[in-house]
Every structure is written in C-alpha cells, then in structure tokens.
Design a protein around this ligand. Structure first.
Ligand code: UDP
Length: 237
C-alpha cells in the first residue's frame, strides 16, 4: 500500500507534524509517509487517587499516560474496534517513553493522557505515535502552565522514536509495511535529546543478528531520531 517514492536506506519517509483542531489541550497529526497518527494530549480535571499523599491528601506529583488505537479504516482489512494485546503493549511503551521526557515532581496534581489514534497504518505506527505525542504533550504542558496549573517547566527535553531493521542483509531506517514484512531484524528505538536510549525493542524475526549489526542499527536510529527532533522543534516553534 506504500506510495512512497524509492528512497535511500537511511532516509526517513517524508515527515510532518502539524496542528490539528480537537478539543484537547495538545493536538497534532504526524505523517510519516503513509503512516498518519492523530496525537492528542488531554489534561485531566481530576488526578488519580494514587497520586495523592495518603497523609495530607495533597497531590505530590503528576502523571503522564498514553492510549494507542488503530482506527477501523487505517488498514486495508478493517481493524476491529476494541482493546487487543498488541495495542496494550504499544500504549505502555508510549507512556514509558513520554514519562522519560518530563519531571513528574514538577507538575503535582496534573494528569495528562496522550491518545494516539492511527488513521493510516504503513509500518512504524508506535514510533510515529511517540514522536507526535511528545509534541502534543508539550502543547498541553504549555497550556497548563499558561492556566497556572503547572509552575515551572517539567519538560526535561524531547523524546522521539524510529524503527530500524535489516532487510536483505542491509540496514534500513524507518521501515514501511512492505519492508517491515520482509525484515530479518525489526527494531524500535526511543531516545532523548542527549542521544541516550529510553527503550530498544529488537527482534530477529527471521533469524539472528550480530553485535556489529546491533551497533549499526543503533547508529542508524540515532541519526533518524536527530532528524525527527528537528521536525518536532519546527512544530513547536
Ligand atoms: N498492521 C496491520 N494490522 C494490525 C497490525 C499491524 O495492518 O492489526 C500493519 C500496519 O501497517 C502496521 C504494520 O503492520 O504499521 C507493522 O505492525 P507492528 O505490529 O510491527 O507495529 P508498528 O510497526 O506499526 O509499530
């Protein structure tokens, strides 16, 4: 289903992050080739009870969480609505990575939910969700600061993610679905702005991979993520 023009192995698919009007405090669409995800970030008016100090009843810290969903029309075979184990795993990944971007102690009593709804799926939906959701989260935090809900800046720095893989023995960055199904190694990498890893999920889908290939995959991911952070900066400027 990919209509992307032939690109170099380490070239990202054309990527944009644009504002999209919803009622949420943060709201963007990230388009990475034919993978399109609507990412919203909503500020909760009530924080979960477990965020409260049991002694004082006051919130000691804030919370950031994520939900991920593929819309029914996002794939050629209609995706059934409702939770599944893949989606549950992916949304936990997105939440962990986003929490690495913020100091929760600096946003007491504020809970932000980042919803990632895949409108069009062509590989790399979880990584695009992370990259887009960071921008939506930043918008929501800016709105919360403006409203006086958060004092100071809880954002430590951007986080973004990309997929890399080995196809026909060669390293590729930002796999679309046709590459993804052929990949001998499939890896999702999330990093912060200091080039530190937050999460690496790698699988030898059709075999094994060497330490040398692992290093090459991580180098490719690092370069791809640097590019994605430029797109994030532009969206937030
Ligand atoms: N996919 C699909 N239906 C599904 C799950 C996945 O069509 O129920 C396709 C979709 O294009 C997705 C790709 O397979 O982007 C790769 O899925 P994977 O589970 O590896 O996650 P992703 O790469 O999207 O993070």
């Amino acid at each position: 289903m990919s209509k992307a023009k032939p690109r170099k192995r380490h070239q990202l698919r054309p990527t944009t992050i644009e504002p999209h009007r919803t009622a949420a405090a943060g709201s963007v669409i990230i388009r990475q080739g034919d993978t399109h995800v609507l990412c919203t970030a909503s500020i909760a008016s009530e924080v979960p009870r477990w965020l409260l100090d049991p002694q004082t009843g006051e919130p000691k810290r804030g919370w950031v969480t994520a939900e991920y969903n593929m819309m029914p029309g996002s794939t050629p075979d209609r995706k059934r609505r409702g939770p599944d184990s893949r989606g549950t795993e992916i949304q936990r990944l997105i939440g962990r990575v986003l929490r690495a971007a913020v100091d929760l102690d600096k946003m007491p009593g504020v809970a932000i939910t980042c919803d990632c709804d895949v409108m069009l799926a062509d590989g790399g939906t979880r990584t695009a969700s992370i990259t887009g959701a960071f921008v939506a989260l930043s918008q929501a935090i800016a709105a919360a600061r403006k409203a006086g809900l958060i004092k100071g800046n809880p954002i430590k720095g951007p986080v973004a993610a990309v997929s890399v893989g080995v196809v026909d023995g060669q390293i590729y960055t930002d796999l679309d679905y046709p590459l993804d199904v052929r990949a001998e190694v499939d890896m999702n990498v999330a990093m912060n702005h200091q080039g530190q890893f937050i999460e690496v999920q790698g699988t030898g889908e059709q075999g094994v991979f060497s330490r040398e290939q692992l290093d090459e995959l991580l180098d490719a991911a690092t370069k791809g993520i640097r590019q994605l952070m430029k797109v994030q900066r532009k969206a937030l400027s």
